[in-house]
Design a protein around this ligand. Structure first.
Ligand code: AMP
Ligand code: TRP
Length: 334
């Protein structure tokens, strides 16, 4: 194992979709042999927006089942639920004394999620990026695989780490680097090529779920919004047509195929022909994962046990790091 440490988190706030899989989970799996990796199901982040308690518990298990079904090993990596490791919230408080209000005010995800009625958003939604910084810094993670939408939060984590180190004249925190997969960094909604595919979109047709049946995938791709032209015949043309460009990106990511080659093989063909092949390409990725996920979800006890073992291992690191930090900031004797 190298001395690089990966940390990433996924919210159990909705069902895992193809954007999560291609943007984040494939990277987790790819890196698990070369890095020592820690993955968290961040249920404390999820409650920054209202959640049904029973559903939240079930969705946390579902995220774990999808991780395992995607090939993520719970013995090679540490996989745990954020709420089972109290050091995250403890560190979050300390870091909220380092972070500046002006920094949080720049966060675009808060602006998007809070919408027009900002005064009525939860304080947790506003300080969300500080808890995320705590997740990462608690384990002194060096690399954070995320989709492109999380880049700004990661920069904030670096700013917090840097200011903390300067304020306390130490090099306690490591400044984490993002790991972003270029080809699948931002998978867009199937209904609107200008919005990212998201767990919280009101339309089920905006996303392909990792548990969708083959029929559902065919239906969603058939209904996916496009213009009424033929398939593009150049990269420039593809990139100027939002929705078709997104479908091409999904196709390339699912097949692990170069975009120029893909464009050349469909140039000037009917979009319906491409859509059929696209649905099949997605199914080849989703079907084995959804079958395995459903099997795993039959055994709650097993999934809960994996999570509690993960939390025990995570706490070995988090306790040690937090107590060193407490000594540094004058909470306990050095
Ligand atoms: P979330 O659904 O917000 O918990 O995101 C979990 C992970 O998936 C994060 O690393 C995100 O950056 C990534 N992600 C979420 N939505 C997308 C998307 N539409 N395209 C690519 N990556 C995404
Ligand atoms: N904010 C991330 C998202 O919505 C989830 C997350 C929480 C995370 N803590 C993290 C991602 C730490 C990476 C590292 O996608």
């Amino acid at each position: 194992m190298s001395n690089k440490i990966i940390f990433s988190g996924v919210q159990p706030s909705g069902e895992i979709h193809l954007g999560n899989y291609l943007g984040a989970i494939t990277q987790f799996v790819k890196n698990q042999d070369s890095y020592s990796s820690i993955f968290s199901i961040v249920d404390l982040h999820a409650i920054t927006l209202p959640q049904d308690p029973d559903l939240l518990l079930q969705r946390s298990r579902e995220v774990l089942a999808i991780f395992l079904a995607s090939g993520l090993s719970h013995t090679k990596n540490i996989i745990f639920k954020q709420s089972e490791v109290p050091e995250h919230t403890q560190l979050s408080w300390i870091l909220s004394c380092t972070a500046r209000i002006g920094w949080l005010n720049r966060m675009t995800q808060f602006k998007d999620k809070a919408g027009k009625n900002r005064e009525n958003a939860s304080v947790g939604l506003y300080t969300y990026p500080i808890l995320m910084a705590a997740d990462i810094l608690l384990y002194k993670a060096t690399h954070v695989p995320v989709g492109d939408d999380q880049k700004q939060h990661l920069e904030l984590a670096r700013d917090i780490a840097h200011k903390f180190n300067t304020d306390y004249k130490s090099n306690f925190f490591i400044l984490p680097e993002p790991l972003i997969n270029k080809s699948s960094m931002r998978i867009m909604s199937l209904r609107d090529g200008s919005k990212k595919m998201s767990k919280s979109d009101i339309s089920d047709y905006s996303r392909v779920l990792m548990t969708d049946s083959n029929d559902e995938i065919h239906k969603k791709i058939k209904k996916a919004k496009t213009d009424s032209m033929k398939m593009p015949d150049s990269l420039e043309e593809a990139e100027s047509r939002l929705e078709i460009n997104n479908l091409l990106n999904i196709y390339c990511a699912c097949r692990n195929q170069d975009k120029k080659t893909t464009i050349a093989s469909y140039a000037s063909k009917e979009i319906s022909v491409f859509k059929k092949d696209l649905a099949e390409s997605i199914i080849s990725v989703v079907e084995p994962i959804s079958m395995e996920t459903n099997k795993l979800l039959d055994d709650h006890n097993y999934l809960d046990k994996v999570l509690s073992e993960g939390a025990l291992n995570a706490r070995k690191i988090s306790r040690k790091n937090l107590s060193e930090l407490y000594a540094l900031i004058g909470m306990i004797k050095r």
